[in-house]
Design a protein around this ligand. Structure first.
Ligand code: NDP
Ligand code: GDR
Length: 370
């Protein structure tokens, strides 16, 4: 039985990757942070009681800033594969906590690589580093491939640039099987609620159900290449099964504006929108509402721009060229954007319907919708 160690196991990708590897028959170990509240909701369905024998899903406390903890865990677990997914992954937040982001996202990658080296496991372990399309930042060419020059535009992007190059460096210096997956945006029903996709789908569900009046976004003109997390974790595994350690761009090859994502999400619940105005004055109003479950007034203003959500430096356009992964590894995404949005919208609508029932039944004291 192969053993995998996943950092960032409680995150979106950690959860999907755990499911994927367990299905492949792996023993999966994960590092979670100590938190004052439970932080394992995405993987609770995989939890196994520590009193059970023959467990194949095991969680350990740890942190990317704690080298001795990482060394001890890698020594004890003796993994065949390490997936380094842990990161402070929010681009805008990285402008507010740049040093923490550098420590976790940049030096964290070094701590994993160096732990493996110190333990003399260079030839035993294969390492996946969660690199990102944010490396391309102010893009020099489109679409972006493995040979496109980097120009990161945020403390997050710069920290990930260090992680990218230290991975390449340890591969070249010590012959380690260490690879970068340069992944473009990928989403799912498990996506964090403050990324733009979930922010939109959650707002669409609440507005449709009459639980919220309007919501606020920043730059509607940004363009992203959005895929489904399920397709992307499969590729993480494929990268570590390849004959040679290399770096790979993973993307759908289609780019979409944030504004169009908003239109598509609302359209999934039968609400057509009309956008008016420009820049910070832009707004979206209800043009029609076909779904009789929802009682929305035509002309109601449901989206405004809040300049707080504009970033100090923006990444305007991302679209990936994953032809190397198509040709050499046979990877192809199974989801397109419409299917992705449909899945997230359905999930968020169910979630909000549950909240609505609880609220109507008087079972919640939270001012959640106010
Ligand atoms: P999430 O934000 O959902 O998950 C991040 C994970 O890292 C969580 O488990 C989080 O723990 C953990 N983490 C954060 N800080 C630390 C720390 N100091 N020590 C230990 N663990 C920590 O991210 P995703 O799952 O979406 O992304 C996975 C990785 O892929 C990240 O590195 C991200 O930067 C990268 N990436 C993501 C893309 C995407 O579109 N999703 C695209 C390209 C790259 P907790 O749950 O306790 O917060
Ligand atoms: P991104 O994802 O920055 O691409 O990083 P995010 O969903 O946060 O933003 C995408 C685009 O939407 C614009 N935007 C807003 N974004 C957020 N979060 N909130 C808003 O209100 C809003 N309004 C407009 C942003 O300006 C941006 O252009 C994600 C993360 O998962 C990273 O960890 C990962 O490396 C990259 O994708 C690839």
């Amino acid at each position: 039985m192969k053993k995998a160690l996943i950092t960032g196991i409680t995150g979106q990708d950690g959860a999907y990757l755990s499911e994927f590897l367990l299905k492949k028959g792996y023993e999966v170990h994960g590092i979670k942070r100590r938190s004052s509240q439970f932080n394992t909701s995405r993987i609770d369905h995989l939890y196994q009681d520590p009193h059970e024998t023959n467990r194949n899903f095991i969680l350990h406390y740890g942190d990317m800033s704690d080298s001795t903890n990482l060394i001890r865990l890698i020594k004890e677990i003796q993994p065949d594969e390490i997936y380094n997914l842990a990161a402070m992954s929010h681009v805008q937040v990285s402008f507010e906590i740049p040093e923490y982001t550098g420590n976790t996202d940049g030096l964290g990658a070094l701590r994993i690589l160096d732990a493996v080296r110190l333990l003399g496991m260079e030839k035993k372990v294969r390492i996946y580093q969660a690199s990102t399309s944010e490396l391309f930042g102010k893009v020099q060419e489109s679409p972006q491939s493995e040979t496109t020059p980097f120009y990161p535009r945020s403390p997050y992007g710069v920290a990930k640039l260090y992680a990218y190059w230290i991975t390449v460096n340890y591969r070249e210096a010590y012959g380690m099987f260490a690879c970068n997956g340069i992944l473009f945006n990928h989403e799912s029903p498990l996506r964090g609620e403050t990324f733009v996709s979930r922010k939109i789908t959650r707002a669409a569900a609440r507005i449709a159900l009459g639980l919220q009046d309007k919501f606020y976004l920043g730059n509607l003109d940004a363009q992203r290449d959005w895929g489904h997390a399920k397709d992307y974790v499969r590729m993480m595994w494929m990268i570590l099964q390849a004959e040679e350690a290399e770096d790979w761009v993973i993307a759908t090859g289609t780019t979409t504006k944030v504004r169009d994502f908003v239109k598509m999400a609302f359209s999934e619940v039968g609400i057509e929108l009309e956008f008016r105005g420009k820049g910070e004055e832009e707004k979206a109003l209800v043009k029609s509402c076909k779904d009789e479950r929802f009682q929305l007034e035509i002309g109601k203003e449901i989206l405004n721009i809040d300049p707080r959500y504009f970033r100090p430096a923006e990444v305007d356009l991302l679209v990936g060229d994953a032809s190397k992964a198509h040709k050499k590894l046979g990877w192809k995404p199974e989801y397109d954007l419409k299917e992705l949005i449909k899945e997230i919208m359905n999930s968020d609508l169910m979630l909000m319907q549950k909240e609505q029932h609880l609220k109507n039944g008087g079972y919640t004291t939270l001012n959640y919708f106010e």
